[in-house]
Write a new protein. Structure first.
Length: 394
């Protein structure tokens, strides 16, 4: 790697979040690793591929959602929730004048966070996420309802032993009883409760769902490493032809904790390999005399893993460059991002429309596009005049 402009000694780092087949190919079967389709998700990788193909001596840090088959976030691993949700979904369809499909199709549709009555290109009708509630020790204590009440559940571990860090257990039944207090009331009392959203099975380790599509234009040698190395937490590859360097950061690889952000898992404590990757890149650039770094972030899904990752970079990963004296700018790239259409504005957590405003207001993250990225990383391109808000410090 090297600074993209010898005069300015500036480097560009492109961070692509989870551009995997499991988020863009709804036809993937469970045997192929499952699919959590992000509407129009397949539109992002050709543009990422254009950036990769035209870039020279550029750093690419690519997140790979990388779940074991027994992951706690997969709804199918909680048979009690599956039964409960299928019946809720059947009632939901009836209320909207739509007949329920065959049982297998009903179960598959029930796992999706949003139900589309007229296809993926038409406005969706929301079907609420199902969330299990975890206590201070991350043990499952219930199922959170839309009104904040917590339904009691039965939980069993794979071993039949009490829950542990290696097996928190899975929900085997949802009861018609509630805990005495709501989720918010318990939090107000100081209980450190958290929730885990349950998703359809996706991006299972060692399957097609976890791999990147061909139109990303990744080097064949790197694709081979990804398919052949199922155990490493991160994978490095330098392409001799372009000089581009690729760092693959695997996240969500532990069965008992999910991971949206590229830097830290959802327990708020466990760092991903990104901490060491960003450190290594910062050390190399400093040795080369780099004075400033622009970090561009985009991918899937905008309002979940991309937003979390952008916050991770702004909050602590960019610190590796700042502490070495490099000016640092973080940008969100909507052009290579797509999200799950959760309604609401910036004040609504996880709303798709509010992503840019939340990033700008909370972390002073700028916005850029593919043309501007190529102007800095592709030979012979002319950079347009652009001005981004700073991060509020170096």
């Amino acid at each position: 790697m090297k600074a993209s402009n010898a005069n300015s000694k500036k480097a560009v780092i492109n961070v692509f979040i989870d551009p995997e087949r499991g988020f863009m190919d709804p036809a993937l079967t469970d045997a192929e690793g499952g699919a959590l389709y992000v509407p129009q998700g397949e539109e992002v990788t050709p543009k990422m591929g254009e950036i990769i193909a035209q870039s020279r001596d550029t750093v690419f840090i690519i997140a790979q959602d990388y779940h074991p088959a027994n992951h706690i976030s997969f709804m199918v691993n909680h048979p009690g929730v599956m039964d409960y949700r299928v019946e809720k979904f059947r009632d939901f369809l009836t209320q909207h004048g739509q007949s329920a499909p065959a049982e297998d199709a009903l179960k598959q549709q029930a796992q999706q966070p949003v139900h589309f009555f007229n296809g993926f290109d038409n406005p969706p009708e929301s079907f609420p996420f199902e969330e299990i509630v975890l206590d201070e020790d991350r043990n499952i204590i219930g199922l959170k309802e839309e009104d904040g009440r917590i339904r009691k559940v039965t939980v069993e571990t794979a071993t039949g032993l009490p829950p542990s860090e290696k097996d928190r257990g899975r929900v085997t039944g949802v009861l018609d009883e509630y805990l005495p207090k709501t989720f918010d009331a318990l939090r107000a009392e100081g209980r450190l409760l958290s929730t885990q959203t349950l998703w359809t099975k996706h991006c299972v380790q060692g399957t097609q769902s976890s791999l990147y599509p061909e139109d990303m234009n990744l080097p064949a040698e790197l694709q081979g490493k990804l398919e052949g190395d199922l155990m490493s937490r991160s994978i490095y590859h330098r392409d001799a032809h372009s000089g581009n360097e690729f760092y693959i950061v695997r996240k969500g690889a532990q069965s008992e904790v999910d991971s949206y952000g590229i830097g830290v898992e959802n327990d708020g404590e466990t760092l991903t390999p990104a901490w060491e990757v960003f450190k290594a890149v910062a050390q190399k650039l400093k040795q080369q005399g780099c004075e400033s770094v622009e970090i561009n972030i985009g991918g899937l899904a905008s309002n979940f893993c991309v937003e979390f990752s952008a916050n991770n970079v702004a909050d602590f990963l960019a610190g590796h460059f700042k502490m070495r004296g490099m000016e640092t700018q973080v940008n969100y790239v909507p052009e290579i991002s797509r999200g799950i259409p959760v309604p609401g504005g910036a004040e609504t957590p996880f709303s798709l429309a509010g992503v840019e405003e939340r990033l700008k207001n909370s972390r002073h993250i700028g916005v850029t596009d593919v043309q501007a990225i190529l102007a800095q990383t592709a030979p012979g391109k002319q950079a347009p005049a652009r001005k981004f808000p700073g991060l509020g410090g170096k």
